[in-house]
Design a protein around this ligand. Structure first.
Ligand code: FES
Length: 117
C-alpha cells in the first residue's frame, strides 16, 4: 500500500472535489462538510464516472404527507441513473451496493490517499 499526495486543504474547501488517477484507478476526493473522503470514480451499478455527479442532500424519513430535506453536501447522485450514495459511508441509499472507498491521511495541510498499487 502506498500513500499518494492529492492536494492541500486550502485547495479543497468544503463542498469541493478533486478528480485524479492513482495507480490506474480513477479516484474522486471530496470535502464533505469538512471531512475528506476518497472513492473510486466508478458507480457500482453500471460503472458511470460517479464522481462527476451532483452533490446535494436527500429526503429523510418523515411522517406521511411530509417532505423533510437533510444531509446537505453528503449525498452523491450518479450522473447516469440518479442512484444516491452516502459519501461518508459509501452506501447506496436504495440498494445494497456501495462505493469503493480509500483511506485518507491528512499530514499537516496535505491530503494523501492510500492505494494498493
Ligand atoms: S451507472 Fe450509476 S446509477 Fe446507473
Amino acid at each position: 500500500m502506498s500513500l499518494y499526495p492529492i492536494t492541500n486543504l486550502n485547495e479543497l474547501p468544503p463542498g469541493a472535489r478533486k478528480l485524479t488517477t492513482i495507480a490506474g484507478k480513477p479516484i474522486g476526493v471530496f470535502n464533505v462538510n469538512g471531512q475528506i473522503v476518497a472513492i473510486q470514480n466508478l458507480c457500482p451499478h453500471e460503472l458511470a464516472p460517479i464522481c462527476v455527479g451532483r452533490v446535494d442532500g436527500t429526503t429523510l424519513a418523515s411522517q406521511p404527507s411530509e417532505m423533510v430535506w437533510g444531509r446537505d453536501g453528503e449525498i452523491l447522485a450518479c450522473p447516469w441513473h440518479g442512484w444516491e450514495f452516502d459519501l461518508l459511508t459509501g452506501q447506496c441509499l436504495t440498494d445494497r451496493r456501495r462505493l469503493r472507498q480509500f483511506e485518507v491521511k491528512i499530514i499537516g495541510d496535505d491530503v494523501f490517499v492510500e492505494v494498493y498499487s
